[in-house]
Design a protein around this ligand. Structure first.
Ligand SMILES: Nc1ncnc2c1ncn2[C@@H]1O[C@H](COP(=O)(O)OP(=O)(O)OP(=O)(O)O)[C@@H](O)[C@H]1O
Length: 617
């Protein structure tokens, strides 16, 4: 007797892709050979510890014949069967036979609780009970959920932006990184046509053509990005597409490639060195603004969007938070990038000179005016960007003149009757509370509103501590390579202290501290004890901090203060030594460098470095 299920489920070939196969879950077979005396079968059934007492019956070669179930056996005995008789095929039921390689999820189930398992030749190899099946299902679902959870975490935390669209090209999933980059909220983009949300996307085309596109350049929010677009197929139909966005590293490579291509286009005469092209200052782009926090991601996204327009931008934030960097990044991404970026620190220019500095002057405008006059900063910015830093410190009379530029787009040099058109863009910045100044009558309200078209508020570093490790690692690499020193790292405890510190000077302070540590610490591992006492004190003595006992705090500070004066002494010693040699050489630094066994430029660098470090101590 060959049950029909056996023939149906016997697929012959192992299907390794099915993860959950019958063979992985089956148990030892409880089997008897045909012709066994019935009383032995009854004893076996009574001895069975498991609830499913059906017994598999095979022929003498181990081939499956059928199942002996307790109920059919009782019925058979009631009809006059004898315990001395032997097992014969007519007492057996068919059962549901499974193949070793059947996938658990595809088993055709009936009402029985024991399933004989046979190999490809029909020989019995084991049995699968309903209990084992339940266990398998439970584990399968647990694993599926765990995989889905892990997958979600990967999607959410991936460095790349990831977006998924359905077959109609509507967004059905989008990860945090992409949302941050676009500056959108999930509810604003879900189920919207992707082309209305992402600039220059082709995902809505990918779902029509089914053609994958890898490593394509796509301009999003004015920035060159590298993207992959992959269709998702199911049962020979395109059910959606996935778009992946690759940020910084790769776009850096593309920029370098572009620069290489540019260089190849340099005219022959320049390559031969007959004329030396001047090297531009390195451009500050958004990629140079190192960050990991959501707060800065939002600022970058808003700034990128502002670069699409020529609207005035007001950047506020404490000193050293990166306001000028943002202004430069906006400039380089904007239409104005063909013109110059001219930065003016309004607080640093004496009040009497501010007007001529900003608007220029005509010849003879005042005593001491240069022949032929002079162009002001606005005119220098031309079709580019003028960055008015510390605008909050601008005197009221100048505020009126700036307002006029913003309203009329005209500038008037000192001593001139003529006005000139200003076609550039204005970005202003301040660390003071302008609204407060407006209330006090120290800043013109109309100018405030004119400047405040797009307001970029850069949070202080203590409110985005996630950025601290990124900045530390960025600056440590920067200074180690600048000073040709072997790469150093911070110990975990040092990072912990630095994370606890408030950074009143923001990123500028991080930069200065890392520079001095890189030059001061000889070891490649910067320890907590290498940090200056002010950092240690602030990191450990937070107001109202009652967690650490006072003796422990004192101990920490004492520990922290120890090596630093030592370092200071060491530096002072080195400084004295250099001064002695220079004196001995009658001030001749080239000779002093020779005596010290170092190159003259190295001596200059050393002197500048020591001066700078001592000043920062
Ligand atoms: N996110 C950042 N990544 C890398 N470097 C940064 C970052 N933010 C700021 N810097 C660096 O920190 C220093 C201070 O930045 P910046 O001059 O832009 O700040 P600011 O807010 O304009 O300061 P201030 O108000 O004093 O003029 C600069 O050397 C800048 O390159």
């Amino acid at each position: 007797m060959m049950p029909k299920e056996f023939q149906i489920s016997h697929k012959g070939q192992p299907r390794a892709e099915e993860g959950y196969l019958v063979m992985d879950w089956m148990l030892e077979p409880e089997k008897l050979t045909i012709d066994t005396p019935i009383h032995l079968a009854v004893e076996k059934m009574l001895r069975a510890r498991h609830p499913n007492r059906d017994i598999i019956v095979t022929d003498h070669d181990g081939q499956y014949l059928g199942l002996l179930s307790p109920i059919t056996l009782i019925k058979w005995l009631q009809l006059g069967g004898k315990l001395e008789e032997r097992l014969s095929p007519d007492i057996l039921i068919e059962g549901k036979v499974l193949n070793l390689y059947d996938a658990i999820t595809e088993i055709p189930l009936g009402d029985v609780e024991v399933f004989p398992v046979v190999d490809n030749s029909g020989k019995v190899q084991g049995r699968l009970s309903s209990n084992a099946l339940l266990l398998a299902y439970q584990q399968l679902l647990d694993e599926k959920n765990a995989v889905a959870d892990a997958w979600d975490i990967v999607l959410e935390t991936a460095y790349e932006g990831i977006v998924m669209v359905n077959s109609q090209g509507k967004i059905i999933r989008i990860n945090e990184a992409y949302k941050n980059f676009l500056g959108v909220k999930e509810e604003d983009v879900l189920y919207k046509p992707v082309e209305t949300i992402i600039d220059n996307t082709r995902l809505h085309i990918t779902v029509k053509t089914g053609t994958p596109e890898r490593g394509k350049l796509q301009v999003i929010q004015g920035q060159n990005m590298v993207v992959h677009r992959l269709p998702i197929w199911r049962n020979n139909k395109i059910v959606g597409a996935i778009g992946m966005l690759i940020f910084e590293g790769v776009s850096d490579i593309y920029r370098i490639l572009e620069q290489v291509n540019e260089a190849k286009r340099v005219p022959h005469s320049l390559q031969e060195g007959s004329v030396h092209p001047t090297l531009d200052q390195p451009k500050v782009t958004f990629e140079a603004i190192k960050s990991k926090s959501h707060e800065l991601a939002y600022c970058k996204s808003l700034a990128r969007r502002s670069a699409r327009t020529s609207a005035t931008v007001l950047i506020t934030g404490e000193s050293g938070t990166g306001k000028e960097m943002f202004a430069q990044a906006i400039h380089h991404l904007s239409q104005q990038n063909k013109g110059a970026f001219v930065a003016v620190n309004c607080a640093a220019i004496p009040e009497g000179l501010l007007e001529s500095e900003l608007f220029g002057y005509e010849e003879g405008a005042f005593t001491g005016a240069k022949k032929g006059g002079r162009k002001g900063r606005f005119e220098q910015a031309g079709g580019g960007t003028i960055f008015l830093d510390e605008i909050g410190d601008m005197p009221l009379f100048m505020q009126a003149k700036i307002l006029r530029v913003l309203q009329e787009k005209e500038i008037q040099p000192v001593g001139s009757e003529q006005t000139r058109t200003f076609s550039g863009r204005v970005i202003a910045a301040t660390h003071v509370d302008l609204e407060e100044k407006v209330k006090k009558g120290e800043f013109r309200e109309d100018l405030y509103y004119r400047l405040n078209v797009i307001h970029l508020q850069i949070p202080p570093l203590r409110e985005r501590k996630q950025d601290i490790p990124v900045l530390l690692s960025h600056f440590i690499q920067h200074f180690c390579s600048l000073y040709h020193l072997p790469y150093k790292t911070f110990s975990n405890t040092a990072i912990e202290v630095l994370m606890n510190y408030d950074w009143p000077g923001n990123i500028r302070e991080v930069m200065n501290l890392v520079e001095s540590l890189v030059t001061l610490v000889d070891s490649e591992d910067i320890q907590q004890t290498d940090l200056p006492p002010k950092v240690m004190k602030k990191a450990f003595f937070h107001e109202g901090d009652v967690q650490m006992p006072i003796e422990k705090q004192q101990e920490q500070v004492a520990l922290a203060s120890l090596p630093y004066p030592l370092k200071k002494n060491q530096l002072a010693h080195e400084w004295q030594e250099i001064q002695n040699v220079i004196q001995a050489c009658n001030g001749n630094k080239s000779e002093a460098a020779r005596r010290l066994g170092i190159h003259r430029t190295t001596l200059y660098q050393k002197i500048n470095r020591i001066k700078k470090v001592i000043k920062n101590m």
